[in-house]
Design a binder for this molecule. Structure first.
Ligand code: XBP
Ligand code: MG
Length: 327
């Protein structure tokens, strides 16, 4: 069946509607092909004439583009369709670092008889190193007075830390940040795909989602050592996008840190940043949106750049996408 991008001034999340193959006055111009979906623009009279140029302009523009010539954007009425939301975990879904991961590391160190503890300030500095095992290794490299640990020692230590951290999560000590549950539920109800892209260990993600009642919400979970290079490398986002089957310009990422922002931008994504306890002083110039938190209708977050109150929902994201394409 031949399908065509219809001209709709309304939703960004639009529908691909069938057109009769030989509709009069129409000429077929193939714009793109994505998976089993054939997206065809048929030149239409009068008002829709500018669509070809807008489509071409977008595909040839600096954002998105056709990476490797493999996938093409799903374009409805000259707009890229929003297909997926991708969430970071620590700091983005919940404030987990200072009172969750940090004490778990420290208890694991104590139990192993190691002669150091990470205070809040030290941990904030070490957070620049993503991944718990990598963080321990970096710390030990800075401390020649500490006896060297083998990779196997570090892995064992980290397994214990994960047990302690997941127990903390299961105890109910951590809550989702404002607007997180609301946005996830809304996006799910509207049929968007949802994914996790995190450096944290898969057990930590499972524990947090289970405790939050969101275990079934995500189509793809990319976590921990599933890719060799952790953030700020874009690998985890590339992994998740591939499994979702969506292009970077069809998805929006949510991050709390500069490392996460760099990873998302390098993967070609638009990134909404909600800075967290440890990341408030970092640089977020390249964020697509920078808000204090996602906000709730009765307690909005704030756009850090304009000071405007904001409730980040799917409608807000789609509106912002539309504005971006008009600029
Ligand atoms: C944050 C991280 C993780 C956690 C600790 O990941 O860098 O390393 O601090 O978790 P993100 P592990 O913000 O990408 O969710 O000890 O399991 O690595
Ligand atoms: Mg984070």
């Amino acid at each position: 069946m031949v399908v065509a991008a219809t001209v709709s001034p309304e939703p960004i999340v639009g529908k691909v509607q069938p057109l009769p193959r030989d509709a009069p006055g129409m000429e077929r111009v193939t714009v793109g092909r994505f998976k089993s979906r054939l997206l065809t623009y048929r030149k239409q009279p009068a008002k829709s004439r500018n669509i070809g140029a807008r489509v071409c302009g977008h595909l040839c523009g600096s954002r998105g583009g056709v990476r490797g010539g493999r996938k093409r954007a799903t374009i409805i009425g000259g707009r890229t369709v929003l297909e997926a939301l991708i969430f970071d975990v620590d700091g983005t879904l919940a404030e987990t670092e200072r009172d969750g991961h940090r004490p778990a590391f420290n208890q694991a160190f104590r139990e192993a008889g190691l002669p150091f503890q990470w205070d809040e300030e030290t941990y904030g500095r070490l957070l620049k190193v993503t991944g718990g095992k990598e963080r321990i290794r970096r710390f030990l490299a800075e401390r020649p007075d500490c006896s060297a640990l083998t990779d196997a020692d570090i892995a064992r230590l980290h397994r214990r830390k994960t047990e302690l951290y997941t127990a903390w999560v299961q105890s109910g000590a951590v809550r989702l940040r404002p607007g997180v549950r609301r946005l996830i539920r809304e996006a799910k109800a509207l049929g968007l795909k949802l994914a996790i892209a995190t450096t944290t260990s898969p057990d930590n993600v499972d524990a947090l989602l289970a405790r939050a009642g969101l275990s079934d919400a995500f189509d793809v979970v990319g976590a921990g050592d599933v890719v060799p290079r952790k953030k700020p490398a874009p690998d985890i986002y590339a992994y998740v996008l591939d499994r979702l089957g969506v292009r970077p310009d069809e998805a929006i990422a949510f991050e709390d840190s500069e490392n996460g922002l760099i990873a998302g931008v390098m993967a070609g994504l638009r990134v909404v940043v909600t800075p967290s306890h440890y990341t408030r002083g970092e640089h977020f110039d390249r964020a697509w949106a920078l808000v204090t938190d996602l906000g709730e209708p009765d307690r909005p977050g704030f756009d850090v750049r304009t000071g405007e109150p904001v409730v980040v929902d799917v409608g807000w994201l789609k509106q912002k996408l539309t504005q971006g394409m008009q600029n």
